[in-house]
Write a protein that binds this ligand. Structure first.
Ligand code: NDP
Ligand code: GDR
Length: 337
C-alpha cells in the first residue's frame, strides 16, 4: 500500500522539495495551504493536480496551523502515515517585529498539531522542523547535546516546539522526531533571506536593473547547505526503527561576506562596488556563529551534504540569472527545479 503523508508548510522552500521527493517515492501527499489574497503556490504549481483529476497523488487542503479544530478534522479524514510539520513564520528578523504571532505560529502550533494527532486517533510518525537557531549563542560546533541558548523570538518558539515534540514522544510513546537543520538554501529560497537576497541582487545588477545591495551584519558565520539534500534527511529520520533527534548540516563555515564574494565573483563582479551597509538589517540580538556537527546523521541516517557553500552560491546565481533573463524577455517565469 502506498504511504500517505501530510505536509504543513508545503508552499515553502522545503515543503515543495519534500513534496517532490515523497511523490517520487510513490507516496500520496497532502499539503495544507493557507488562504492568501494572492496566489502563494508558485513553488508547487508544477506538481499541482486539480480537483477534477482522478486518482490524485498530490492534494491540497485549505487550513492554518492556528486553527486546531481544522487540523483535527483533516487528520481524522486522512489518517496519514507521516506528518511533516514545516509550517512556520520562519524569518528571524521579522520575529522581532511580530514576536507574539511568531510564538503562536512557530511555537504553539507544534503543540496544536501534536494534540490534533492524538485527538484524531491518527498514529502518524511526526517530523518537527527544528532549527540551529535554537543554539543561538552556544559556541560552535553544535551537535545534539549542545545546550540551547536562543537569541530571537523565532529561536525561542522553535525551542518550545523541540521540547514539546520530545515530550510527546516520552509521554505518549509517539514516533516524533526533531530534525535540527542548519541553514539550507536553493533557488526556491524566500527572497528576503540573505543568500537569495544576494544572488537575486547579483542577477539584477548584472542585467542593469539594480546598482546597490544593502545588507546588515557581514560577519555572521553560517553553515549553508542545499535544501533538496536536506529534505532527504527529513524522510530518512522517519524511516528508522526508533524515533530520535538529529543535527543536519554540512559542517563547513562561511561568513555572509564570503557568500557575497562567491556570488558576485561567479558573475564576474567586484562586490565592494555594490554592497552597502544598512543597520535596518541588523538584529537586536544576533547569532554570531552556527556550524553543525552532522556526525550522528552521517552514522545513523547514512546522510551527508554534498553541495557546499561555494557551489551553492553558483547554483543560486545561475538560477537567478536565468529568471531575470526570462522576466526581461517577457517569458513566463518558472520556478527553478
Ligand atoms: P518558508 O518560510 O519557505 O516556508 C514556510 C511555510 O510555512 C510556508 O509554506 C508558509 O505558507 C507556511 N506557513 C506560515 N504560516 C503558516 C500558518 N499559520 N499555517 C500554516 N502554514 C503556515 O520556510 P522553509 O521552507 O525554509 O523552512 C521550513 C521549516 O523549516 C520552517 O519551519 C523553518 O522554520 C524550518 N527551518 C528552516 C531552515 C532553513 O534554513 N530553511 C533551517 C531550520 C529550520 P505561505 O507560503 O502561505 O507563507
Ligand atoms: P537566519 O537566515 O537568520 O540564519 O535564519 P538569514 O538568511 O535571514 O540570515 C543569515 C545571516 O545573515 C545576516 N544578514 C542578513 N540577513 C537578512 N535576512 N538580510 C540581510 O540584509 C542581511 N545582512 C546580513 C543575518 O544577520 C544573519 O546573521 C534562517 C531561517 O531559514 C530560519 O527559519 C532557520 O531556522 C535558520 O536559517 C537556520
Amino acid at each position: 500500500m502506498a504511504k500517505t503523508a501530510l505536509i504543513t508548510g508545503v508552499t515553502g522552500q522545503d515543503g515543495s522539495y519534500l513534496a517532490e521527493l515523497l511523490l517520487s517515492k510513490g507516496y500520496t501527499v497532502h499539503g495544507i495551504v493557507r488562504r492568501s489574497s494572492s496566489f502563494n503556490t508558485e513553488r508547487i504549481d508544477h506538481i499541482y493536480q486539480g480537483p477534477q483529476e482522478r486518482d490524485r497523488s498530490f492534494v491540497l487542503h485549505h487550513g492554518d496551523l492556528t486553527d486546531g479544530v481544522a487540523l483535527v478534522n483533516l487528520l481524522r479524514d486522512l489518517l496519514p502515515d507521516e506528518v511533516y510539520n514545516l509550517g512556520a513564520q520562519s524569518h528571524v528578523r521579522v520575529s522581532f517585529d511580530t514576536p507574539l504571532y511568531t510564538g503562536d505560529v512557530t511555537g504553539l502550533s507544534t503543540l496544536r498539531l501534536l494534540e490534533a494527532i492524538r485527538a484524531s486517533g491518527c498514529e502518524a510518525r511526526v517530523y518537527q522542523a527544528s532549527s540551529s537557531e535554537m543554539f543561538g549563542s552556544a559556541p560552535p560546533p553544535q551537535n545534539e547535546r549542545t545546550p540551547f541558548h536562543p537569541r530571537s523570538p523565532y529561536g525561542c518558539a522553535k525551542v518550545f516546539g523541540y521540547w514539546t515534540t520530545v515530550n510527546y514522544r516520552e509521554a505518549y510513546g509517539m514516533y516524533a522526531v526533531n530534525g535540527i537543520l542548519f541553514n539550507h538554501e536553493s533557488p526556491r529560497r524566500g527572497e528576503t533571506f540573505v543568500t537569495r537576497k544576494i544572488t537575486r541582487a547579483v542577477a539584477r545588477i548584472k542585467a542593469g536593473l539594480q546598482n546597490r545591495l544593502y545588507l546588515g551584519n557581514l560577519d555572521a558565520v553560517r553553515d549553508w547547505g542545499y535544501a533538496p539534500e536536506y529534505v532527504e534527511a527529513m524522510w530518512r529520520m522517519l524511516q528508522r526503527e526508533e524515533p530520535d533527534d538529529y543535527v543536519v548540516a554540512t559542517g563547513q563555515a562561511a561568513t555572509v561576506r564570503e557568500f557575497v564574494a562567491y556570488a558576485f565573483g561567479h558573475a564576474g563582479l567586484d562586490w565592494t562596488e555594490y554592497v552597502r551597509f544598512d543597520p535596518k538589517y541588523q538584529r537586536p540580538s544576533e547569532v554570531d556563529a552556527l556550524i553543525g556537527d552532522p556526525a550522528k546523521a552521517r552514522d545513523l541516517l547514512d546522510w551527508q551534504a554534498r553541495v557546499k557553500v561555494a557551489e551553492l552560491a553558483r547554483i543560486m546565481v545561475d538560477a537567478d540569472v536565468r529568471r531575470v533573463a526570462d522576466e526581461l524577455a517577457g517569458a513566463t517565469v518558472r520556478i527553478d527545479r
